[in-house]
Write a protein that binds this ligand. Structure first.
Ligand code: SF4
Length: 363
């Protein structure tokens, strides 16, 4: 797979590559979008429906909670119907991990230090190794082992998280297992930033980024964009998950937006629209921008569309876009591929723009 980046200043941290199912993670493969189902895993049909919706929205890997034996027993059925690779999320019970591997999952999210005696870790690791199933070690600030808190103190949480993750990593490496991914999530953005930065210099395993328990779509989107976006801009991160309360589809939209803003995903609409001001010369401008965004929401082809209110910045932005409108006193200029295409009265601008975009998509 070719790694398409339209960000010339982007320098990515070197990480080893592994595969979750057929999806490559790390190395020079694209940054992968993950999410987690909110359904009861025991309800196969609801879980599969949600996975399909998330995949349709752009989710590339899905994680499901495996709280008990019954949920574990449904994984094979879910995996068969899932259009994207399946990761099982397991805490504490090594038998669930063994069952998940038996059921054919593509990855595990499991902290080996939390499943008890060494023989259990050995058993899980040898089963994962046999099937080449990667394990993500996920240390969350909120559930950090008290031992690390007391060693590092309250003002060195990022260091404590890294130390905890390194201990889990060692358990796997001592068993000659290196299909490892790491996450160091926190709900506090500066804490997660620092934890990932420290870890990125210590190991070359792929990093899965996230601001955990980020909040509702409004506040959580801001935290996630700042946390995940900052690290990606620094070249850190191989997969991402935006965690938002509510419909998981929101997570995918935000994740795609983060990657597109950084030039790390070249697909769909890139809308350039001005905030408008006292110089605005078009009526219904906000509605126009919103309609374009809504109509082109599912578009996969990369396209930059500019909608600009007046001649101050309008011509420049519209010329630079694939197609754009620059407003001017009840009328507007449509630019296509950098050239003036048509001058139209304002009521004809939106319809014509959408028709032209449709032609470009079909061409
Ligand atoms: S393009 Fe014109 S209307 Fe839009 S914000 Fe700039 S100056 Fe204001």
């Amino acid at each position: 797979m070719t790694y398409l980046v339209s960000n010339p200043t982007y320098k990515r941290r070197k990480s080893r590559q592994l595969f979750i199912g057929a999806v490559p993670i790390g190395g020079d493969s694209p940054i992968v979008i993950q999410s987690m189902t909110t359904t009861d895993t025991r309800d196969v049909s609801a879980t599969v429906n949600q996975i399909k919706q998330l995949a349709e929205a752009g989710c590339e890997i899905i994680r499901v909670a495996v709280p008990d034996k019954e949920a574990a027993s449904k994984l094979c059925e879910i995996k068969k119907a899932s259009p994207i690779p399946l990761i099982s999320d397991i805490h504490f019970d090594w038998r669930l991990a063994l069952e998940a591997i038996k059921q054919g999952v593509d990855g595990l999210r499991l902290n080996p230090g939390n499943i008890g005696e060494h023989s259990r870790v050995k058993e899980v690791v040898s089963a994962a190794k046999e099937r080449s199933i990667p394990i993500r070690i996920g240390v969350n600030a909120g559930s950090l082992d008290a031992k690390w808190g007391s060693i590092y103190g309250a003002d060195r949480i990022p260091e404590a998280m890294v130390a905890s993750a390194l201990e889990h990593i060692k358990l796997l490496e001592d068993l000659d297992f290196n299909l490892i991914k790491i996450s160091l999530k926190a709900s506090d953005v500066p804490v997660m930033l620092e934890a990932y930065r420290i870890m990125s210099k210590k190991i070359d395993y792929p990093l899965h980024l996230g601001v955990t328990e980020a909040g509702t779509p409004k506040g959580g989107t801001i935290k996630s964009c700042v946390g995940i976006g900052t690290l990606l801009a620094e070249g850190i991160g191989d997969t991402i998950r935006v965690s938002l309360t509510g419909d998981s589809i929101n997570e995918i939209e935000v994740a795609r937006g983060i990657l597109k803003s950084l030039g790390l995903k070249n697909e769909g609409l890139n809308l350039v629209s001005c905030p408008s001001c006292g110089r605005m010369e078009l009526n219904g401008f906000e509605e126009m921008a919103k309609t374009i965004e809504e109509k082109l929401q599912k578009l996969k082809m990369p396209i930059t569309v500019a909608v600009m209110g007046c001649v101050v910045n309008g011509p420049g932005e519209s010329k630079a876009a694939d197609i754009g409108i620059a407003g001017g006193n009840g009328k507007g200029i449509i630019y296509k591929k950098g050239e003036v295409y048509k001058v139209l009265p304002e009521e004809e601008l939106l319809g014509t723009l959408l028709e032209e975009i449709d032609k470009m998509v079909r061409a």
